[in-house]
Ligand binder design. Structure first.
Ligand code: PHB
Length: 390
């Protein structure tokens, strides 16, 4: 009798526990944010984590009656880690949304998990065009390399650049940058003398730059991922490439605002095309930069931070719209067609592609009050990803 009572109590407790738990679960909305917090891409992780926390500090952690919980995991930008962490976040933590993705291979490794578990995956950094086609659950808040590269391929030939050597990191975004720059530049009557690719991990630019020096093009077009630009710039300067009359151009990843101030005068005058500059002169951006710097000991927000900040906004707005009902597919549905003013300018989440439409700016590195900035001098408005065939 005693035993039975105990058993009954245990069962009841288990039931209560389970329902108590599910009640608690119902009132919590979990975001699993996977980022490279260590390793070569660590600046990306630091920027996005800081931006996500700033968004939450400014907008609270209660949305549609739910407590938003941010779970940050470090994948060191090793795709096998990203995949394992995503699996654990979905199965054990039962996250409502996956987010982050510092590099393309990480995003592609998680895409099947998003699809199978119907968990939205908000890509805040990775920028290869095809990523959004890897799962119907993917929405992107960063940019695509074709968006930036095409703008540069239109600007260069109008500004005395007829012969170009391209130099890119040898993986998804680099190959996108090379292809979309090249096709458009050739279409515009330019000539590509040589296309060089460097490894993503621990690149040594020296032998490539020597080759470029010998080829003596009007300009060298470069894509390297956020965080790698300073090493490239240093070696470009050391080899006297600028003095030899070779101009450096590229997507804004190479004059990354996170590192720009440490690059020195070799960066002065470098023209790049990109969707965000810390120097972007809008009221919304000034407010964002001030708050970000204040919360992070003066750290400048770069384009990765903006991807993280806007990604959080997209998640919050989708949760508000759906009230958390309908699961992952409803959330993605609510994200489609979203329009708002980002610190980078006006943006739209294209309802067909789930990719971001935004302004691309041409910018030149200038010194103002003793600091280096990417100063915008032209804009191409509302650029859809040129990489999408649909
Ligand atoms: C990417 O891996 O997709 C990637 C990473 C850093 C960038 C751009 C693209 O700056």
């Amino acid at each position: 009798m005693h035993k039975r009572t105990l058993l009954q109590t245990a069962a009841a407790l288990a039931l209560l526990g389970a329902s108590g738990l599910s009640l608690a679960q119902d009132n919590v909305f979990k975001i699993g944010l996977i980022l490279p917090m260590t390793g070569q891409q660590a600046t990306t992780g630091r920027q996005i984590e800081a931006a996500a926390k700033l968004w939450m500090a400014q907008n609270g952690d209660t949305v549609a009656g739910k407590k938003v919980q941010l779970i940050v995991k470090d994948d060191a930008s090793v795709p096998a880690n990203t995949r394992r962490l995503a699996q654990e976040l979905v199965v054990n933590d039962k996250v409502n949304v996956l987010a982050g993705m510092g590099i393309t291979p990480s995003a592609l490794a998680v895409a099947p998990i998003a699809t199978q578990s119907k968990t939205p995956l908000v890509v805040m950094a990775a920028a290869t065009s095809s990523i959004t086609e890897a799962s119907p659950l993917i929405v992107r808040s960063s940019f695509t390399l074709p968006q930036a590269a095409v703008a540069m391929a239109d600007w260069a030939p109008k500004n005395g650049i007829k012969n170009v050597v391209t130099l890119v990191s040898d993986y998804g975004p680099g190959i996108d940058a090379e292809k979309f720059f090249k096709d458009r530049f050739l279409f515009n009557g330019g000539k590509i003398t040589e296309s060089l690719r460097v490894p993503l991990m621990n690149p040594d630019f020296a032998p490539f730059l020597q080759k470029v020096r010998d080829l003596k093009p009007d300009a060298l077009f470069v894509f390297t991922p956020s965080g790698a630009g300073a090493a490239l710039m240093k070696q470009f300067g050391e080899r006297g490439m600028d003095k030899a009359g070779i101009r450096l151009i590229g997507t804004g990843d190479i004059t990354d605002d996170d590192q720009l101030n440490d690059m020195g005068d070799v960066a002065l005058g470098v023209v790049t095309s990109h969707h965000y500059s810390t120097f972007h002169p809008s009221a919304a951006n000034k407010k964002f930069v001030e708050a970000f710097e204040k919360a992070n000991k003066g750290l400048r927000p770069n384009f990765m931070a903006v991807g993280g900040y806007d990604g959080m906004r997209i998640i919050y707005e989708a949760l508000k719209k759906t009230g958390g009902k309908g699961g992952g597919e409803a959330l993605v549905g609510a994200m489609k067609g979203m329009m708002f003013e980002s610190p980078r300018g006006p943006v739209l989440i294209d309802a067909q592609t789930r990719d971001i439409t935004q302004n691309i700016y041409l910018r030149k590195v200038e010194k103002k009050n003793g600091a280096l900035w990417n100063v915008e001098f032209d804009v191409i408005k509302d650029v859809k990803d040129p990489g999408k065939t649909k």
